[in-house]
Design a protein. Sequence first.
Length: 406
Amino acid sequence: MSTTTISGPVARRIALAAQGFAEARPGGAVTRRHLQRVLSRIQLLQLDSVNVAVRAHYMPLFSRLGTYEPTLVDDAAWSHSARKPRMLVESWAHEASLLPITDWPLLRSGAKRMGWWTNYARVLEQTPQLVDDILTVVKEQGPIGAGGIERALESESGGSKPGSWWERSEVKKACEWLFGMGQLTTGTRRSFERLYDLTERVVPPEILSRTVSPEEGARELITRAAVALGIGTEPDLRDYYRLGPDVSKRAVAELVDAGVLEPVIVDGWPAPAYRHVAAKAPRSVTGRALLSPFDPLIWERARTERIFDFFYRIEIYVPEPKRIYGYYVFPFLLDGELVGRVDLKCDRAAGVLRVQGAFAEPGVDVARVASELAGELRLMAEWQGLDGVVVGERGDLAPVLSRLVR
C-alpha cells in the first residue's frame, strides 16, 4: 500500500485544527466545559515560574477561548469539592504540567523516561532518613511548602541549624525527588508556591489504584500526543510527554498496526510523519491569537520551524545585548500563519501592557497584521485587568502599532 503524501499547508491546517485553532472562540462566558474541551485537544498545560507577562498555564486557554476567569484553572487544579471535583493534577509530563487527573496512571506506568530529579538520589543515599521525615511532616501538616517542611524539621531537631543531619537545600531536593517519583504532588498553591501533599490525598483511590503496563502507558501517551498534534514525526510525538526513543518507536509501530496512526509523507519534511486517523484538515483556518512561549502548538521549536517556516527561540537566558527580539516574546498567529512577534510585559504598577518590541515576519501585510495585533493586545490587556497598551520603539511593527493602540 502506498504512503499518502500531504502538502505543507495541509499539514499546517491539520496541526492547527488539532490544537483547537480552527474553532471560533465562545460568544459567551467561558465555563468549566470549555476548559474540558480545550484539554481534550491539547491534553496538558505547561507550568513555568516566569511571570513577566502571563503565567504559562493560563495563556493557552486565552489563545483559544479569549477572555476568561483564571480562577477556572485554579479551581480545576488546586481545589476539590463534591460539586466541583478536582479535574487536573500536577506532574512531570512535557515539563512540569497540569493534566487530567485521570491520566495519572499513565505517567506512573513506567513508560515515561525519568527526569532530572533522579540526580537527587545521591542526596537520599547520604540522608536516608530524610525522605521518611518529610513524608511524616507532609502527612501531619500538608499541604505544605518546602520552607514549611524545613521549619518543621528544624523544630523537631530542637532548633539545630542546617549542617548537622540535614541541609535546607537537601529538603528541597528530596521534595522534588518525591514529586518526580509520584509520592508527593501539589495539594494546592499559594502565590504560585507549590504546597506538597501526599498523592493519595489528591488523586482519587479509583484512579490511583489503576495499574497500567509500560507498554500500554506508552501507547496511550503517544495516542494523546497524536490527538494534540494531529500530525507529527516520531520525535514530535515522543517529545510531547518526553518519552524515551525506544519506548516511543515501539508504541508508534503498534499504533500503526492498530490503525490509530497513519504513516504519511509531508512535502518538505526530512523524516516520515504520522497522522492520527481522526485528525481533520479544514479548508481554511481563520482568526488570531497570541501564543505563549510554552504553548503546545509551538513548544517544540524544530516542529514550529518545519510547519510555519518560523524560527523561534526563547531568549530569557540570553544576555540582553545579544537578544534579537526580546526577553519574553509571543508569536502572533493570524489566519493560520505566524506573522509576527511581540515582546510583552504586564506592568501592573503602571496598569498597562507594555509591548517592548514588535516585529513583522517578511512578506506580510504590515498594516493588516498591525491592526489585528492591536485588537488582540487590547483584549489581552482587558483580560489582565490593565488600563491599556503602551508600545515601545523596537521593531518594524512598533510605529504603526503605537498609533493603533492609542
